[in-house]
Write a new protein. Sequence first.
Length: 520
Amino acid sequence: MNSLSKISICLFVLILCVFTPVCHPAESSHQFDSPAEKRKAALNHYRLGRRHADLGQLYDLAIEEYKKAIQLDPTIAEVYCELGAAYRGKNMMDEAAKAYKHALTLESTDDTHGVANLCLGLIHMGQGKFDEAEKYASEAVKLIPDMAAAHHRLADIYVKRGKLEQAIAEYKRAIELDADVAGTYEGLGLIYTTQGKAEESIKYYKEAIKRNRYNPDSYYNMARCYLRLKKTKEGKKLMEIFKQMKRYQDEVTRYKKASQKKPNDVMLHLELAQLHYEHGNLDEVIREYEYVIYIAPDFAPAYNNVGLAYLQKNNFEKAKQAFEKTIELNPKAATAYLALGQLYAHQEKFNLAKSQYQKAIQLAPEYEPAYVGLVNLYLQQHELNSAIKTYAEFAKTQPESPQTWLRLGILQLKGKQYDDAINSFRKAIELDSNYAEAYNNLAWLYVDRGKNLKEAQKLAQKAVELKPEASHLDTLAYAYYKDGQYQKAEKEITRALELEPENKAYRERLEKIRRAKMQR
C-alpha cells in the first residue's frame, strides 16, 4: 500500500455546495498497461479530490474524482473514506455511511479504519442512534487511541447518552492529546453547567474562547453561568459579545448560502473575506482568498490580500510567495512592493526593503504608505535626514494636505530643522485653520526653543479651544511656565491631570511648576 497523506476527519460543520468552476485533466478514459499504472492514476484522482474537498465547498467535483479513482482501483480504503466525507459535506448521510462501511471491508491501516469507524459514529449520533454511535466511536478509540478527535467525539456521544463521568474522562483524555481544540473545553463546560458547577464551567468556557473566540455559544453559556452566580455585570457583558458573535456568524452563514447558489462568484468570496478580516479572523480570511485563487488563478488582488493575511500571522514565506505572484500577474502592483518592503523590514533585510519601497513609490508617486514605509525604515536605521527628505518628496505631491505638512513638520522638529518645521506647521494651519494639532505643535516648538512665548501661548490657547485634550493643556501649561506665569501654568497642568491622572510626565511638570512658584 502506497503511503497516503493523513485522511481528513469528518467535522460537524461542513459547507454544502454544488460547483464546477474549473476544468482539470481527466485520466479515467486512458488505457493503462499495468495495475501499477492504474493505481498511480487512481491516487492522482484521489489527491485531486482531496484538493477539491479541502476547499470546503467543491464536494461534487471531489466525488467525481473519488469515483474515477475507485473505477481505476477499487481496493483503496482511503478513497472510500474521503468519498464518505464528501457525501457528508452534501448531507447525503446514507451514501456516506455506505462509503465508510465499504472502507472497513478493505485492507488498510488502523488509522484509516479508525477514521471510518469514527465518522460512522458521528453519522449515527446525528441520526439519534446513540447505541450504534457509541459502538463505532468506541471502536475508533481502540484503533486510533492517540487521536484526540476520537476521544472528543466519543465524549460527545456519551453526553447524548447521559454518561457524564465517562464523557468527562474522554474529554480530558482528548485535551491530553491535543490541548488546542476548543470543542473539548466547551463540552466539559456544558457538563459542569448541567451539574450546577458554574465556576468550574466558567473555567472551561474561558479555555474554549482562548482557542476559538468566534463561537457565540461559548459566550452565551458562560454568561448564563455568571448570571447564576449573581455576577450580573460580567453576565451582561458576555451577552453583548454573544450578540456580536451571533451577528457575525449569521452574516457568514448568509454569504455561504449565497455562494452555494453562485459558487464561482468571486465578489461574494471577497466580501466574505472582508467580513472575516473586520472581525480579525485571519484563518478564515486566508481560506476565502485561497478559494478565490483556486477558482480565479489569475486574479492578482487575491494573492496580494492573502499575502497580507499571512504577513499578519508572521508566515513570511507564504506571504512572500503571494506577493511575488501578485507582481508576476501585475508588475505595476505598488501595494505588493509595499508589502514586500514591510516583510523585509520586519526581517531586518533593510536593503531589500528599501528597494521594494522605492519601487512602490516609482509606480505610485502619490502612494503615502510607501513613503511612510521608507521613512520608518530610515528612522529604524537612525537616518533621520533621509527620512525627512523622503517625506518632503511626498509633501510635494500633496501640497493641499494639512496632515502631510503636519507630519513633515514633526519629522523636521525631530531633526532640529526648526525653521523648516515652523514653515510646515504654518502651512498646515493655512490649509486648515481649525487644525488643533498644528497649533499645538507650533506652540510647543516655540516654547521648547524659548522663543515667541506670547505667540506660543496664543497658539496653545487656540489648540485647547479647538480640542481640549490633555496634551494640548500640557503645552499651554508649558508655555505659561516658560513665561514665568506659574499660577496659570499650574491651573492648566492640573486640568491635564484631571483628564489623564496616571500621566507621569504631567505629574512631574506639576511638581516642577510648584517648585518654581515657591522659589519666586
